[in-house]
Design a protein. Sequence first.
Length: 318
Amino acid sequence: MIALCYSKYTMADAKKISEEIFSTSVILADSETISLGVGNFDPKVLLDPKQAHLFNKLTNSESIDQRNQLSVTNLPYTFVLNRNDEEWSDKITASFSYIKQSNTQSVISSSDEVLDENTDKVYSGYLAYSTYVPLSKRWKMRLRMGSYLMHHDNDYQYNNANSQYFQTQLDGIYYNLDENALIIEPNIQFTYTKPKTWGKWQFSSQLDYFIGKTFSGASSTKGAKPQGWRINNKVKLHYSLSHYSSHAESVYIKLQRSDISGDMVSSLNTHHFYEIGVGILIDTTKLTDLADNIGIGINLNKGSSLYGGSIVFYFNEF
């Protein structure tokens, strides 16, 4: 998401702000690109023993504050069209995402004694069809076509005289507006999987391109065209710990680099970033058909404006 600040965008086109919001929401709604959890912290303080005296600053850095202002809820579900061959079967993926960012700011100066309150909410429905093509014994290709239907709502509270003076000029153009967008997103992914005696490891490379257009809602943002692309290169390791009749426990490790371009670059303040994840997974295939595995772990983001670590919950992660 992006924190809207009129002092920053005085001469900017409202359509550009709309494009940044919807484009960033596409990235945040994709847990394969960015994983935000709970209990945000600064990993530098934990990893450097010399920083132990700064433990009370674990949640006080600027990037951690930004993570704490942002909440993302994503509820995905995948329908396998052929249960007899789940690995190669075509699939339909549906998900609902809710993204909220709240912050305090001023349209004129941050020195105002009473700051304004700004809240952005984006509701997103996603539907995609995937088909799989075997390239060799270990390699496979996935082709996916997806689409997002998004609704953005902004609520801005003018709490001081300076901002109240400009309220009539800002409302419905930059603040206190709602808008909708339809976005399509083709995707191609190549995956190599190697079973080992200790478990398995997997490499994947994925390219997503999206383009959309706003419709209805605020007239100032009508016709905005959010657009961008991203490449995720990822290595996953799945180390088995124990096997029982009902479940199997394993250590899960993820190393990923994401390269991005488009309207979301400004809000993420980068063209590439890294994510590292470590956790425990429990195989649930013998207990339920709803999920292959669930788990808990720690995820670290480095290189973007959302730098930091958090506790994450895994669902069908491997």
